[in-house]
Design a protein around this ligand. Sequence first.
Ligand SMILES: [Cu+2]
Length: 247
Amino acid sequence: MKYLLTLLALTGSVFAEEVLAYPRVYWENSVKVWFWVAVIIYLIVAIPSIYFAIKYRYKKGEREEGEHIEGNTALEVVWTVIPTIIVLFLGTYSFANFVKQRNAPEGALELKVVAFMWGWEFEYPNGKKVYAFFNPEGFTAPEEQKAYIPAGKPVKVYLTSRDVIHSFFVHPAKITEDAVPGRITKLWFQINKPGEYFVFCREYCGTWHARMFAILKVVPEEEFNKWLGGAEPAQQTSSIEANITTQ
Ligand SMILES: [Cu+2]
């Protein structure tokens, strides 16, 4: 009984779990539905197959001439209609998730991100810029290289690249999009829990591809607004740009 209650509490907490990030949930919901449909179909096919293979296996002297079956209209209707319903459901459900995954909600914070070998330039609506690139100390970054993001707010990213094709992969949000020179692509994400998260480059782009990451510092909205308003972008930008050219 005690174990049962613990189990119930555990499953309860799993289902009540707060959504960490969007559009991750849409993707995960699609995967869950496809997974369970696949498992159920597999069982419906595999279990009777094994049963019939054993039951009707060859035995000397039994049904040696075989039996001729003419067809069964009811069965044919059933195995046409049910798969059609399943396919239509999977198609419409997945497409609905895809649309939510692609289109940023109204009122999203708009960011411009320019990828370069090997780092990221973030530009905020007021012109403030953050440069994120590899630090020899490891997977960490000084404060001024962290891109601040307001918690619980949708962020729409307009992406491009200065040199080769990169891909902006917002790891906690499970969303990625190519950054292509001469073209603007977009994605959106929302992270609900404050903390530090990684963005990785997800398109092999050269020697330092594996070091091409950025840190998103997700903070409550007031803290974000304070950070956004409280710096002199021009001066900060030039000193870090100088830093890039000397690397
Ligand atoms: Cu890259």
